[in-house]
Design a protein around this ligand. Structure first.
Ligand code: SF4
Length: 183
């Protein structure tokens, strides 16, 4: 019996026959992870309000499978940093990141989290990528809910295409080492 490719909308290529389907394990795991993100909202100021709108019925982040927020880093896989991060807060943010289990992703939402924004002052961290690795940056001050949802889609693209062994690679260990984060 010949196997034929089956098109899953927005999904990986699958070969199927009568009563079965074959897919690459990496792709299946990526698909499951991408559509069941558990975000931890680390919101310190106005960008957090935009996130609240993104969560509400009008924009409904649940359409992307990411409506289950976690306020415990141990049960989260997407750290969303929204707002101005003071240098004093940096070690706390890093601590939250370190406590999250692998695999984990980070989104810097808005100008403040991405670069310090308009607050080019002695007390404000000029971008969270000074202390933790960032996967996706969402531009704007404040970013619209549409922009935040676009950021979620960009994270989903990364998650879907990430090999399941990436977190064990020397390159990933090196990245964490740059940030003085032990595995
Ligand atoms: S980027 Fe703009 S809207 Fe977002 S926290 Fe900073 S000042 Fe507020």
């Amino acid at each position: 019996m010949a196997l034929k490719p089956t098109i899953v909308p927005d999904g990986p290529e699958m070969y199927s026959g009568e009563g079965f389907g074959l897919m690459q394990l990496d792709k299946v795991v990526g698909l499951a992870r991408a559509n069941s993100l558990w975000p931890l909202p680390f919101a310190t100021s106005c960008c957090g309000i935009e996130f609240m709108a993104t969560m509400a019925a009008g924009y409904d982040i649940g359409r992307f499978g990411a409506e289950r927020l976690s306020f415990s880093p141990r049960q989260a896989d997407l750290l969303m940093v929204m707002g101005t991060i003071a240098k004093k807060m940096g070690p706390i943010l890093k601590h939250v990141y370190v406590q999250m289990a692998e695999p984990k992703w980070v989104m810097a939402v808005g100008a403040c989290a991405s670069s310090g924004g308009i607050f080019d002052t002695y007390s404000v961290l000029q971008g969270i990528d000074k202390i933790i690795p960032v996967d996706v940056y969402v531009p704007g001050c404040a970013p619209s809910p549409e922009a935040i949802l676009d950021g979620i889609l960009r994270v989903q693209d990364l998650v879907k295409s990430e090999p399941i062994r990436r977190r064990e690679s020397p390159e990933y260990a090196q990245l964490l080492e740059q940030y003085q984060i032990g595995k």
